[in-house]
Design a protein around this ligand. Structure first.
Ligand code: NAD
Ligand code: DAU
Length: 341
């Protein structure tokens, strides 16, 4: 199996590539990534020399490039993924998330190969009570979520119209190693370590359903191998928490790990203006994937967040190189000049 993984230099797909190479010794992974600001080849340092791994720098919007790549199936992670950036400028979200996905669908149609599309729970919008299941209406509230809902619906349309073999997953908020430190959890850990203010949007009571990235990777693998063609699968961990509770838990743990007094870092909490259109609550019902594939989340939040905090504290050089922008030079050194973004 020659697997095309798009966006493999990002947070989730770099974890997934590592998972595939170790779980499936007969697979070859082709990682196609544009290397936007969010793409970091340092995430893959430990596997880049593998004979079962090929990196191609390129844009999923480049149809000609896609036509020249050999593969048997596609797992499509590449996206502009940060809600705050989509509020500032939606255009790259529409280009990559919609037009890029359409290119991949066209290739999957031509080659009659399987495409697994990585969507998100944000396509459902916000809910005050109950849980999103796969039949819940799509009600996206940010330009990011709207672009992901568009690509999600495009995949559906290619299944219905062109009879392609595709599946869709919609996962809740991930955390774990190699997450770009503009997202809540790595931002709080790195700012706490550097004694910088922690911006909490609004009243801090927005709720997200957090899942460890390793559980998400196993779920993607389960859907790819055991899921039914044409189906949508929600992925979640039944672990809802308000943001402020997570922020406080991280600050307590970091203080403890750094040998500081209890509460020593709490003053870093800084309430700031709310995100525009801020979704209040996401909550996923993952019963279908559990029932149909036997997948279950394995990482309890307390254990997962402690391990994640320890990982960031032990890998300060990794995130400091992002903060300083030096990570961008890694591609130049290894492969040539990096795309401007
Ligand atoms: P990320 O921002 O960390 O990584 C995205 C990767 O895609 C980067 O390496 C980037 O360089 C690459 N990329 C962007 N535009 C590209 C293009 N035009 N062509 C090729 N590569 C391009 O994202 P992530 O958090 O790892 O999310 C991965 C996927 O999972 C996304 O589709 C996202 O919508 C989805 N998702 C994320 C979460 C989460 O909590 N992070 C939850 C559910 C679903
Ligand atoms: O639910 C899945 C989605 O989770 C994915 O589709 C997105 O790609 C991913 O980025 C994530 O979106 P969120 O907007 O939920 O994640 P983020 O880490 O940006 O924010 C989490 C919560 O924390 C959200 O309620 C906003 C809040 N927040 C975020 C940041 C960056 C803060 O209060 N302060 C911050 O500085």
């Amino acid at each position: 199996m020659r697997l095309l993984i798009t966006g493999g230099a990002g947070f989730i797909a770099s974890n997934y590539i590592r998972h595939v190479l170790s779980a499936h010794p007969e697979y070859h992974v082709v990682n196609l990534d544009k290397l936007t600001y969010a793409g970091n080849l340092e995430n893959l340092r430990d596997i880049e020399a593998s004979e079962r791994y090929t990196f191609i720098r390129g844009d999923i919007c480049d149809r000609e490039l896609l036509e020249g790549i050999e593969f048997d199936a596609i797992i499509h992670f590449a996206a502009e993924s940060h809600v705050d950036r989509s509020i500032l400028d939606a255009r790259p979200f529409l280009e990559t998330n919609i037009m890029g996905t359409n290119n991949l669908l066209e290739i999957a149609r031509q080659r009659e190969c399987t495409l697994l599309h990585i969507s998100t729970d944000e396509v459902y919008g916000s809910t005050a009570e109950g849980f999103f299941n796969e039949d819940s209406p799509l009600m996206p509230n940010s330009p990011y979520a709207a672009s992901k809902a568009s690509s999600d619906l495009l995949v559906r349309s290619y299944i219905e119209t062109h009879n392609i073999r595709a599946m869709i997953t919609r996962c809740s908020n991930n955390y774990g190693p190699y997450q770009f430190p503009e997202k809540l959890i790595p931002l709080v850990i790195s700012n706490a370590a550097g004694r910088k203010p922690i911006p909490v949007y609004g009243d801090g009571m927005n709720v997200r359903d957090w899942i460890h990235v390793s559980d998400h990777c196993r779920a993607v693998d389960a859907v790819f191998h055991k899921g039914s063609a044409g189906e949508v699968y929600n992925i979640g961990s039944r672990n809802e928490m308000p943001n402020i509770e997570i922020v406080k838990l991280i600050l307590e743990t970091v203080a403890e790990r750094l040998g500081l007094e209890d509460g020593a870092l709490m003053d870093l909490i800084t309430y700031v203006d709310d995100r525009k259109g801020h979704d209040r609550r996401y909550a996923i019902d993952p019963a279908k994937i559990e029932r149909e594939t036997g997948w279950k989340p394995e990482t309890a939040f307390k254990e997962g967040i402690t391990g994640t905090i320890e990982w960031y504290l032990a890998h300060e050089e990794w995130w400091q190189r992002i903060v300083s922008g030096e990570y961008m030079n890694y591609y130049n050194v290894q492969y040539g000049e990096r795309l401007k973004n």
